[in-house]
Design a binder for this molecule. Structure first.
Ligand SMILES: Cc1cc2nc3c(=O)[nH]c(=O)nc-3n(C[C@H](O)[C@H](O)[C@H](O)COP(=O)(O)OP(=O)(O)OC[C@H]3O[C@@H](n4cnc5c(N)ncnc54)[C@H](O)[C@@H]3O)c2cc1C
Length: 421
């Protein structure tokens, strides 16, 4: 609170950026690039800069995703799709690739589209951002937590900083403080009049303590469709069975699209798995009937026409009461119907979630309705800009969250600098 704060001098800068993460750094760099002779100050509350970049992508930093069409790219944002569609033409995947390449960090693409530095080390991304900030004269201060913002009569700002015995005044302010798991963490921004979309976690895996499929831990299928029962939410992709439940891209995507609904259900809900995504009911039926004729004398458990992992096939057969020693020729009509049904609609009870260690984000934050979409300026407080995960924008896993940080920061940083001209 400002009134608890005892200043001993006033420090004035042109642009202050709050938050030393991906978005804060990128915004500061863009602002500094456009404003020589202006003082740009980045404030970070901890003693570590770019800490999430450092640990991201399992220490490799999944910088962006090899998707080069704005429409297609924006569809990867469960929150913020429309805003990203508007902003991406300003700073798209190709711009990210070019920027990092020109700062000594060439990127490579993995088969699933994720892009990483060729070094396979997030440190090269951290170093590039630190170097670019220094090169453009961004002043960086750690251990500076902004606890309150006061708007002055001339529309500049006075910031209260916990650790420093000083009041900081700035003409433009960029807030890039990242996601907050609790709404109370955004109270200081709410006080300025911004609406907050209540934060809930996104990108998590599903716990299934009541389900014995966890015995198959480590088994993965390449392409399944997972639906949340009772909703229209459904995602396709690889699925991994873990010792606590299910994970993999299909589950993570579903956790992102369903983040709010799932939170409302207190992480207790049912999913239905279609184990063979590409096969229609008719295809499946025909393939199984073909086996009945062609492989009549073989055990059903030993010959699996769908190329599923053998232990999963056996597990599903037992789930529909087809014993391991039953032969294909003995497959009854009831068996066939049950088998087709479980392959297409196998339900599981989810009770709880586990954070996905590679990447997790917050769904919710500053309402996009309170931000001008052309420059990321607050509609409530002029001269104040937002960038990164503090906003109600989040993407699915695969590099989309960093791309949102680069894109929003690019627009906010440039707009703040341009408005000083
Ligand atoms: C483990 C993990 C791995 C991830 N891996 C990937 C990945 O590979 N690819 C991908 O696209 N996304 C990944 N993400 C998501 C991605 O890291 C975030 O979306 C991204 O870092 C958001 O950037 P940001 O700058 O908005 O916020 P942050 O990175 O959270 O940075 C915000 C900064 O602001 C500081 N701050 C907060 N409040 C204040 C204050 N009041 N005063 C001063 N400073 C303040 C914080 O200390 C922090 O340093 C990962 C996330 C996690 C948790």
């Amino acid at each position: 609170m400002l009134h608890k704060f005892s200043p001993n001098f006033q420090h004035i800068v042109d642009i202050a950026v709050i938050g030393g993460g991906a978005a804060g750094f990128f915004a500061a760099i863009q602002a500094a690039k456009l404003s020589s002779n202006k003082k740009i100050l980045l404030l970070e509350k901890t003693n570590k800069l770019l800490s999430k970049v450092k640990i991201s992508g399992g220490g490799r930093c999944n910088v962006t995703h090899a998707c080069f069409h704005v429409n297609e790219m924006s569809k990867n944002y469960p929150r913020g799709e429309k805003l990203m569609k508007k902003l991406l033409p300003h700073f798209m995947t190709t711009d990210t690739i070019r920027w990092f390449e020109s700062h000594g960090v060439p990127l490579k693409t993995e088969p699933d589209g994720r892009m990483f530095p060729v070094t396979d080390s997030s440190q090269s991304v951290v170093d590039a951002l630190l170097q670019a900030a220094r090169q453009h004269g961004v002043q960086i201060e750690c251990n500076r937590e902004v606890t309150a913002i006061q708007v002055a009569e001339n529309h500049s700002f006075v910031l209260a900083i916990r650790q420093a015995n000083t009041l900081l005044q700035c003409r433009k302010l960029i807030i890039a403080t990242g996601g907050s798991p609790k709404e109370s963490g955004l109270e200081w921004l709410k006080k300025l009049g911004h609406r907050i979309v209540p934060p809930v976690p996104s990108l998590f895996t599903f716990n299934m303590p009541q389900e014995n499929i966890t015995q198959l831990q480590g088994i993965a299928v390449k392409n399944a469709i997972v639906k949340i029962v009772g909703t229209k939410l459904s995602c396709e992709g690889a699925l991994l069975i873990t010792h606590w439940g299910m994970s993999g891209p299909a589950i993570l995507k579903l956790s992102a699209w369903g983040a709010r609904w799932i939170a409302e259900k207190n992480y207790h809900f049912s999913i239905s798995v279609r184990w063979v995504a590409c096969a229609s009911e008719e295809d499946l039926r025909n393939q199984l009937l073909h086996c009945k004729q062609q492989y009549a004398q073989r055990f059903i458990s030993n010959y699996n026409p769908l190329h599923m992992p053998a232990r999963l096939w056996e597990y599903l057969l037992l789930k529909v009461d087809i014993p391991v020693n039953k032969k294909w020729c003995e497959l009854s009509k009831t068996d066939l119907n049950r088998l087709v049904n479980i392959l297409r609609n196998d339900t599981y009870l989810v009770s709880g979630k586990t954070t996905y260690k590679e990447e997790f984000v917050t769904c919710g934050g500053i309402s996009l309705e309170d931000v001008h979409w052309d420059d990321m300026q607050s509609k409530i407080v002029p001269n104040l800009y937002f960038a990164g995960e503090v906003l109600d924008i989040d993407g699915v896993t695969g590099g989309f969250n960093f791309q949102a940080a680069w894109t929003t920061a690019y627009v906010a940083g440039r707009a703040a600098a341009m408005s000083l001209r």
